[in-house]
Design a protein around this ligand. Sequence first.
Ligand code: CO
Length: 274
Amino acid sequence: MPMLYPIPLDAWDGALPSAESAIATDALEAGHVLFLPNLRFELSEAEVAYLNPRPSSASADPARAVIAVHELRALMGRFAASTRALLTALLPAYKIGLHQAETTIRPVDASRRKTDTRLHVDSFPRQPSNGKRILRVFSNINSDGRALVWKVGEPFEAVAQRYWNDLRPPLPGERGLLATIRMTNGVRSRYDHYMLKLNDALGHDPHYQRQFESTTREFPAGSTWVCFTDQVSHAAVGEAHQLEQTFWVDVGVLRHQESAPLRVLESLAGRKLA
Ligand code: CO
């Protein structure tokens, strides 16, 4: 089961001895969550006020709304830069294969997809990964001290083996058609097809979902955590303010390529999938 691997860093641009970053990278690739209990993402008073509007001061004032959007952009830009600095110290082995993607703040600008509350591994229906890993950095920015809770499931290999025989292969022409009608941004790889089917199988298995009802991990307010969300099956319990930064990681820079979901599914399929 995914464990929390604690790292005592308390500054976003802090340094880590290389022996420690190697051990942390191994823990991450083994499907654990790097947990930084002392790494708080600081918010200004204005940002806290914006995220916690008093019921009477709703955003009826258009000038205030414009300022808020501006502040929100600045906040997300700061988080993007901070997480980039953090991963440079934490995962130096990934340097040439690490690509920064979206910054998100929840629940403000993204309606939580229904699947997020069910156990799943991350996989994007519209944006094929072509086998790249999805690495995410999260910060709990609740001002009221509320912890963020995740349910976590079995290791990826176990989930993949359990459902592999139920996953239907892509139909002839299916992946090309999805790209032509712009349902996907480029042609979906076989790997992406199987990852989405795996999530369908997992999400629609109430018995499996119930099994992990009490297997939870808590992330207190003011903490930060990093994990391969394409590998660690997870589900959000309840709502809380959190910042999320997504990175793509090339499989080629991993210390243990065989742990990548791409390699796990390829060994089940007996062929290349991306
Ligand atoms: Co997710």
